[in-house]
Design a protein around this ligand. Structure first.
Ligand code: G6P
Length: 481
């Protein structure tokens, strides 16, 4: 099987380097094993970028990593603009944060078209292309315009919101029509898939029957593929990490104190302000817990060029200072707040050292930190996961302590419950979660999607020849809204 995986951000194969975001960390082991070519942005831009501007092509396990320099003139409008200031807020139901210009949309389309041209280098007759995430909603349609008839799959790592919410994105109709160039469109949860189907039915007037939809591109299938992790690999990494110097330093610093841990990119979807407020409330409600527990919050700076993100960084720093000032003591800091990233190895060790994992996003596609926290635990003395019911992971990890991240008092009470949970109950909940993780690993996710993509092609019939597909830009003017 020839497979090309495409995502904006890619991971390098180094376990001792920090990684940004769940997507890159999740894909690394499967690309390494499968022998796929993983194409993504090099993170660099060029004034004279061409479809051949591959900065590097290097081997990655049995596969390869091909990093492309993107056109300087369009990168900002594509990444900070349309992808992260229009699509990301809408996909997380924060239409109030949408800030976008017509130029940003143009740049987004230009970068999608640019990537499509660059991918031609890897096209052979049997090659399957699997495109990842909201950066490339229109990439499949651009490839079809270039005459590509190979199987094209797409997976969305974020939630897909209600139809009235996605309608807050300029050009939503044109983009969602373009998505139907993919043979298979995968979502994290049934709710996301159903929201998408409702949009197709209601706004595009298409019939969706048992996940099959027919459009001007031919037939596409939409389905749910909850992403997992490399459970055994991560668990082994957590055991080994016990001897890592950073992990030993953390353990030594605790002096018998218990630890709760949160690991997130600084993003408004992650519910960080509410989480810190919940700890503030916890120490107010139960002063006896002071000095006996602290929160280690790793808050990796993210998308700092976007105002909503830099504002959040400032707000969090202020809030942490206030909470520490209020409850802290000369020799005890309630919130240990670190604005930097750590390697997967060190994180695995940190998770194992923490008695409580707090994963409380306001809205999240899946949230792999929740799954990693569980996999990292010591089976004899596992920690407790406090998980937002608005994370995709809550569908599977239903024996975690589920919380509403808007209910600060409720979260504080649940964290207190987690801290006092007896070992037999912790083990029972943990074993049930491990069984779920084992039932859906990153390896089965990958294999299931590829199988479904192969089948989508064999059952869907031929894609219309390129000449009969109206080029998107020709219909654009009519569909802009
Ligand atoms: C989320 C997205 C990924 C993205 C990651 C990190 O997990 O779904 O596509 O790579 O955030 O964000 P960044 O903008 O730094 O790539």
């Amino acid at each position: 099987m020839d497979l090309v995986v495409v995502s904006n951000r890619v991971a390098r194969a180094k376990a001792n380097e920090p990684m940004t975001g769940g997507l890159a960390a999740a894909l690394l082991p499967v690309v390494e094993k499968s022998g796929a070519i993983w194409v993504g942005s090099s993170g660099r831009v060029r004034d004279n970028a061409t479809k051949d501007s591959f900065a590097e092509i290097e081997s990655l396990g049995a596969g390869a990593l091909a990093l492309l320099d993107l056109p300087a003139a369009h990168y900002g409008g594509y990444y900070e603009g349309f992808a992260n200031s229009a699509l990301w807020p809408a996909l997380h139901s924060r239409t109030d944060l949408i800030r976008v210009s017509q130029d940003d949309y143009q740049s987004y389309r230009e970068v999608n078209a640019f990537m499509a041209r660059a991918l031609m280098r890897f096209r052979k007759p049997g090659t399957m292309f699997w495109i990842q995430d909201y950066h490339f909603l229109a990439l499949g349609a651009e490839m079809r315009d270039l005459g590509v008839r190979n199987p094209l799959g797409f997976f969305l790592h974020t939630p897909w919101p209600a139809r009235r919410v996605i309608a807050g994105v300029p050009h939503h109709r044109e983009l969602i029509e373009a998505m139907l160039a993919y043979d298979l469109i995968g979502f994290q949860t049934d709710d996301d898939c159903e929201n998408f189907a409702t949009y197709l039915r209601t706004d595009l007037g298409l019939e969706v029957d048992a996940g099959i939809v027919t459009s001007r591109f031919g037939t596409s299938r939409i389905a749910t593929f909850p992403i997992g992790i490399d459970v055994d690999g991560f668990s082994a990494q957590a055991q080994r990490a016990a001897s890592h110097p950073d992990v030993s330093r953390l353990r030594k610093s605790l002096h018998g104190e218990r630890l709760a841990i949160g690991v997130d990119r600084v993003d408004y979807s992650k519910g960080l302000v509410n989480r810190i407020s919940a700890f503030d409330r916890l120490f107010e409600m139960q002063p006896s817990l002071k000095r006996s527990v602290s929160l280690l919050q790793i808050a990796t700076p993210s998308r700092g060029g976007i105002e909503a993100y830099s504002n959040l960084q400032d707000e969090l720093s202020k809030q942490v200072t206030e909470v520490n000032g209020r409850h802290g003591e000369v020799d005890w800091t309630p919130i240990r707040y670190l604005s930097k990233g750590f390697s997967q190895t060190v994180l695995a060790g940190f998770y194992r050292a923490a008695q409580v994992g707090v994963v409380t996003p306001l809205h999240d596609g899946m949230n792999l930190v929740a799954k990693e926290y569980v996999a990292a635990q010591n089976p004899i003395d596992p920690g407790v996961l406090v998980l937002s019911k608005f994370a995709g992971a809550a569908n599977e990890l239903d024996t975690a302590l589920l919380v509403n991240p808007h209910d600060i008092d409720g979260m504080a009470r649940t964290i207190a419950t987690a801290l006092s949970m007896p070992a037999p109950e912790r083990r029972m909940r943990w074993e049930a979660m491990m069984a779920k993780l084992r039932a859906g690993t990153i390896h089965s996710w990958f294999a299931d999607f590829i199988d479904a993509l192969e089948n989508a092609r064999s059952t869907a019939g031929p894609v219309l020849p390129s000449a009969t597909v109206r080029p998107l830009r020709a219909v654009g003017a009519r569909l802009y809204n």
